[in-house]
Design a protein around this ligand. Sequence first.
Ligand SMILES: Nc1ncnc2c1ncn2[C@@H]1O[C@H](COP(=O)(O)OP(=O)(O)O)[C@@H](O)[C@H]1O
Ligand SMILES: [Mg+2]
Length: 272
Amino acid sequence: MGLFTPRRPPAATDAGARYHESTPVGIDIHGLRRRYGDKPVLNGVELVVPPGQTLVIIGGSGQGKSVLLRHIIGLETPDEGTIMVGGLASTDPAMRARYRVAMIFQSSALFNSMTVGENVGLWLVEHRVFPSRREVDAVVQERLAMVGLEGTASLMPSTLSGGMKKRVAIARALAMNPDLILYDEPTSELDPLVSDTISQVIVDLKARLHLTSLIVSHDLRMAFAIADRIAMIHEGRIIADGSPEAIRADPNPIVQRFIANQNPAPQQPHRP
Ligand SMILES: Nc1ncnc2c1ncn2[C@@H]1O[C@H](COP(=O)(O)OP(=O)(O)O)[C@@H](O)[C@H]1O
Ligand SMILES: [Mg+2]
């Protein structure tokens, strides 16, 4: 499933009443350690994300990026350290009851048996946010428009390109009206032009919505296009953290090697 669905109180009316209230939440991570068997993966992550910020976590393959995201949404429990989301521990059911956290997994993970519109509206229907289908459809149309996919609600996912599927996955996450949105490698497996359209979607959302956004990626071109701030993870630790300009100028040779190997194009994504 491409979307992390927090457990919510059963009363549909409550879900409906709270749906329009969105509070960007901050993330506070201190001393986070996690090992799998005898393999240390997270080795003391320190990271504070203020509400409303768009942070990109960069790093090579296997450095712990996806593991870190799974800890932030509370799918995994740290061996040591704390992860607070909006002041509540990520693994505390109260966090999931209080905040809506959306995650876009690396595989867009759409349900192939459902139309685009049904995929986007699924969370609203499951949580009985609205009393009628008409209101669900209105939100679905609006979210599809936000990602530049007007008029696609009746299509089946199998007919879409990779970039379109990714945008549907983003629209589906937005249908939750999330307080925090997490993306795992949103441009992986997409060619550079399509990646730029995804970057542009994220930039547009940043301007329109007051959301805390955390994007994990090894794609520096996207990172420099969308980030308020960039942190680099290496061997399970944050080794650089600052503005895009500060990261570019960071003296750490591991950072410089990563940047050189990626040969990023620093310009903003193309606006159609
Ligand atoms: N459930 C797991 N069990 C054992 N090892 C894991 C598990 N999840 C991740 N790992 C290991 O942790 C390391 C970091 O993984 P991951 O966070 O997926 O890397 P990436 O930075 O590419 O997203 C990898 O070596 C991976 O094999
Ligand atoms: Mg990963």
